[in-house]
Every structure is written in structure tokens, then in C-alpha cells.
Design a protein around this ligand. Structure first.
Ligand SMILES: Nc1ncnc2c1ncn2[C@@H]1O[C@H](COP(=O)(O)OP(=O)(O)OP(=O)(O)O)[C@@H](O)[C@H]1O
Length: 262
């Protein structure tokens, strides 16, 4: 076992319905080493994240190992405090009339929304308000969730994941539906998280939004890792052109990845 890993997978097959979404899959993710994961639609990125959050399990097999935070078995409650997750489908899990602040507060009870019997201490409220403030949406906290724009809702979901102050944050395509200003805000929030000591696992279709602080990039295709290493090596023009079947040219202005048609 590797003490510095929060995820250790060896020889895992993961099925989603009839699809073998991850094949003979092995990966280690270490504390303090943020990563970006890219790959075409259907490559298995979200499945990998669901493995990381305990939502899916690999096929039982004597060669297979799947450990989170050094444990083969874990409780979802325990994982919630260790991994903050923002998945695109979470937006639909809240009632449109849920107060935006309660979207964040209910995370402290592991719930998608507040029920009448949920009580929160001043400490809970302060934690929620801090997370909301970090995402710059304090002035919207009293609004109904359903009246917010998609970008604003996304920020509340990120605040929700942050409220436990977990060491690891998992973001699945976080910039979807964000306008230019909101995605700049998101990038700076990601950079703050990394510099504040969080480990980020970022799934994205946009190499341009990988913060310079992320060094390691993993490419997936058909449920397998096809490249894993330093970003400038992995995100090379020929490798990306091959993966996405279009001629692409990659450059690195100021440490950011810029991808254009070749
Ligand atoms: N609930 C499900 N039932 C059946 N098949 C599924 C299910 N979820 C995912 N799959 C299949 O598993 C494969 C991997 O899906 P996954 O969502 O992990 O891909 P992805 O890389 O995240 O894709 P995208 O970039 O489109 O979000 C795909 O072929 C998908 O159709």
C-alpha cells in the first residue's frame, strides 16, 4: 500500500449497464498532486470519478484492488468529508424553490436539499457562508435555486462541495454553461483551492482551463489510460490530434495550454 495515495486502483474492470466503461484499469492518485483528466465522449472519465466517490465498484476479481484513502471498504459518509464532488447532474437534484444557501447547508447532512427537521448550528452556517463567499455569490444566497442562472447554480454546487473543507476536490466539467467571466472566476477558484492545500481532480474537455498549477495530465480512450504524465508531454500536438482525430496544434503561452486547428 502507498500511504501517499488517496486512490489506488489495480486491474479493475468497471461495468456501467452493458458497457465495460473501464478496462483492466490501473491508476494511483497522490495527495497534493492535482491532476487533469481528458478524453473523448464516452472514454470513461465520469466512471472514473464515480469510482473515486464510491458510487460504482469494480467487478470482483482476485487481481483487482480498489482503495480509497488506504481502505478497501469505506462509508459514503466518511468519503463525503474527504472528497468534495461537483458533478453536472447535481443541478437537477434540487427543488427549484430550494433556497440557494440551503443547497450548500444540506451538504453538511449529506442531503440534496433541506428538510424541515434539519437544524444547523452557528458554526455550520458560518462554514456555509464562508464557502459561498469564496465563490463570490453571497448576494444570491437568499434566492430560490431555480431562479439562478446555470453559472450561478454551478458556483453554489462548488460551494456545497467545499463546505466540508475536504482535502480532495473532484470537478467534472465544471465550466459547462459558464460565461466568460464566470469561467475566469472558476479558474481562479481552482487555483485558490490548490494553493490552499486541496488536491484537485479535474475532468475537462478544455485543455485551456487547466490551471498552470496542475502538472499531471491523464488521457483516457475507450476505458483505458492512453497517456499519463507531465502535461507538456501528454498534451502534445500529435497525441491530441490522434486522440480527437483532427489535426491540432498545441502551444503553452504563460503556462496555459492553447489548442488550435493545425
Ligand atoms: N448508467 C449507464 N448505463 C449504461 N451505460 C453507461 C452508463 N453510464 C455510462 N455508460 C457508458 O459507459 C461509457 C463511459 O461513460 P462515461 O460517462 O464514463 O464517459 P465520459 O468519458 O465521462 O463521457 P463524456 O465526455 O461524454 O461525459 C460510455 O460508453 C457510456 O455510454
Amino acid at each position: 500500500m502507498h500511504d501517499d495515495c488517496f486512490l489506488e486502483i489495480r486491474s479493475a474492470n468497471v461495468w456501467r449497464g452493458d458497457t465495460l466503461a473501464l478496462r483492466d484499469f490501473s491508476l494511483q492518485l497522490r495527495h497534493g498532486e492535482s491532476v487533469a483528466i481528458l478524453g473523448p465522449n464516452g472514454a470513461g472519465k465520469s466512471t472514473l470519478l464515480k469510482l473515486l466517490t464510491g458510487e460504482v465498484r469494480p467487478e470482483a476479481n482476485h487481481q483487482t484492488l480498489c482503495r480509497l484513502f488506504g481502505e478497501d471498504l469505506w462509508s459514503l459518509e466518511d468519503l463525503r468529508h474527504r472528497i468534495g464532488v461537483v458533478m453536472p447532474e447535481d443541478i437537477a437534484r434540487f427543488h427549484p424553490e430550494e433556497e440557494a444557501r440551503d443547497v450548500v447547508l444540506s451538504s453538511l447532512r449529506g442531503a440534496f436539499g433541506r428538510t424541515r427537521d434539519m437544524r444547523f448550528s452557528a458554526k455550520d452556517r458560518a462554514a456555509a457562508d464562508r464557502a459561498i463567499e469564496r465563490l463570490g455569490v453571497s448576494s444570491l444566497a437568499g434566492r430560490d435555486f431555480g431562479t439562478l442562472s446555470s453559472g450561478e447554480r454551478r458556483r453554489f454546487l462548488i460551494a456545497r462541495a467545499l463546505v466540508h473543507n475536504p482535502p480532495v476536490m473532484v470537478l467534472d466539467e465544471p465550466s459547462t454553461a459558464l460565461d466568460f467571466a464566470a469561467s475566469i472566476g472558476l479558474t481562479s477558484a481552482m487555483r485558490d483551492l490548490i494553493s490552499g492545500g486541496h488536491t484537485l481532480v479535474l475532468v475537462t474537455h478544455h485543455p485551456g482551463e487547466i490551471p498552470p498549477e496542475i502538472e499531471r495530465v491523464i488521457l483516457l480512450e475507450h476505458g483505458r489510460i492512453v497517456a499519463d504524465g507531465p502535461k507538456k508531454k501528454v498534451l502534445g500536438s500529435s497525441k491530441l490530434s490522434e486522440l480527437f482525430h483532427v489535426p491540432l496544434k498545441v502551444s503553452w503561452p504563460g503556462g496555459w495550454c492553447d489548442v488550435r486547428p493545425a
